[in-house]
Design a protein around this ligand. Structure first.
Ligand SMILES: NC(=O)c1ccc[n+]([C@@H]2O[C@H](COP(=O)([O-])OP(=O)(O)OC[C@H]3O[C@@H](n4cnc5c(N)ncnc54)[C@H](O)[C@@H]3O)[C@@H](O)[C@H]2O)c1
Length: 358
């Protein structure tokens, strides 16, 4: 059994802990230790998942001889030090996104991971969302014709204590988050468009800071892919508490596809429809689609664990079988490069070639 240590016991950490609990039940993980500077947060996590011990010292997780694999779910500024420490100790790593607050550090971490033996994975969990899985399958089948263009809009209430009482506030501070809506939230979409349409070559972007924090709450990017597909990626941190939605519209040669999802899985606005020539739109039964995904995984909870569980299961499976995990750090580098190109374009007012990023 693979000994797992978890670092960071906040919001996403609670979901990971629940996934680990299920993986412990089926014998694929041994939850050894959970760490958080807040002893209360660590204790709360131990109520979700039967970790053998908790600590307020993240370094103790990496040093623990019974820990083979380290799951990092702490704030972004802590990721580089923890990833480096874990890899130096020969431990496998699943690190939440973003990997770091700045691109040069991301690049260093990815080079380190590529040269290291341990299995590394990044937290691009949207890849397991039932609607995005279905969308990718649909486009990959070929009968809709080649994708031509897309529009992808992400929006989410401002995830900061000023807007949502009780929420942590590091995301509105550039020093801690590195960037706003684009880096912190829509790096998932940077990954999705790369996963669906292939490598990105060039980005032209604008950003805005309407709420007055030192990170952007609006970014609009024109994204060009090597395949010839061109898309518009828009992201907004807004003042509509409780709202979060991703909407993807893809135009192929012979059909258009529209997909909408919240992030927690199961909102009334969720949908997936395909419009073919001379036919009414074919609307998928997304509730049934979701149920099939939950059932296929044997998941008792009908929520966002639907993507945290397969992410952790995939990582542990890769470790057990001695193969690379997916999405790996190379996927993280590709998504971070899109975001970095967008920031540089917004700063200079000119399009940025990804190949020219130094
Ligand atoms: N993949 C996803 O869908 C997803 C979703 C949410 C958050 N995230 C990422 O996960 C990370 C955590 O986000 P969150 O929403 O859980 O934040 P949070 O603020 O809710 O929780 C962070 C936790 O980390 C703890 N912490 C602070 N410093 C630490 C350190 N040095 N070592 C260990 N723990 C420390 C805090 O006490 C807190 O309990 C961020 O990088 C965020 O971008 C990813």
């Amino acid at each position: 059994m693979i000994g797992v240590g978890q670092i960071g016991c906040g919001r996403i950490g609670m979901g990971h802990a629940y996934a680990l609990r299920l993986l412990a039940q089926d014998g694929s993980a041994r939850p050894v230790v959970a760490a958080d500077p807040s002893a209360e947060a660590a204790a709360e996590i131990a109520r979700i998942c039967p970790f053998e011990r908790t600590t307020t010292d993240p370094a103790a997780v990496i040093a623990d001889p019974e820990v083979d694999a380290v799951l990092i779910a702490s704030p972004t500024t802590t990721h580089p030090g923890l990833v480096r420490g874990a890899l130096a100790a020969g431990k496998h790593v699943l690190c939440e996104k973003p990997l770091a607050t700045d691109f040069p550090t991301v690049r260093d971490l990815c080079a380190l991971a590529a040269a290291a033996a341990p299995v590394t994975q990044v937290g691009f969990h949207s890849r397991w969302h039932p609607i995005w899985l279905e969308l990718r399958d649909l486009l990959g089948r070929g009968d809709l014709g080649a994708p031509m263009a897309y529009s992808l809009r992400d929006d989410q209430f401002w995830p900061t204590g000023d807007v949502v009482p009780g929420h942590s506030s590091w995301r509105s501070d550039r020093a801690q988050a590195g960037g706003g809506a684009l880096l912190e939230h829509s790096i998932h979409s940077a990954d999705l468009v790369t996963w669906v349409f292939g490598p990105v070559t060039r980005v032209y972007a604008q950003t805005r800071r309407r709420f007055g924090y030192d990170v952007e709450d609006v970014a609009v990017c024109t994204v060009e892919h090597a395949s010839g597909v061109v898309g518009a990626l828009t992201t907004v941190f807004n003042g509509v508490r409780g709202r979060e939605e991703r909407r993807f519209e893809v135009f192929c040669e012979h059909a258009s596809v529209e997909a909408t999802s919240d992030f927690l899985v199961g909102a009334p606005e969720d949908g997936l429809s395909v419009q073919r020539p001379d036919e009414p739109a074919d609307r998928a039964d997304v509730a049934a689609l979701r149920e099939r995904h939950f059932d296929a995984m044997g998941l008792p909870r009908r929520d966002f664990v639907v993507y945290l569980y397969p992410a952790a299961r995939g990582w542990l499976g890769a470790i057990a079988q001695g193969r690379p995990a997916s999405p790996g750090f190379a996927d993280a580098l590709a998504a971070h490069a899109l975001v970095e190109a967008a920031y540089r374009s917004a700063a200079t007012g000119a399009p940025v070639e990804l190949a020219a990023l130094d």
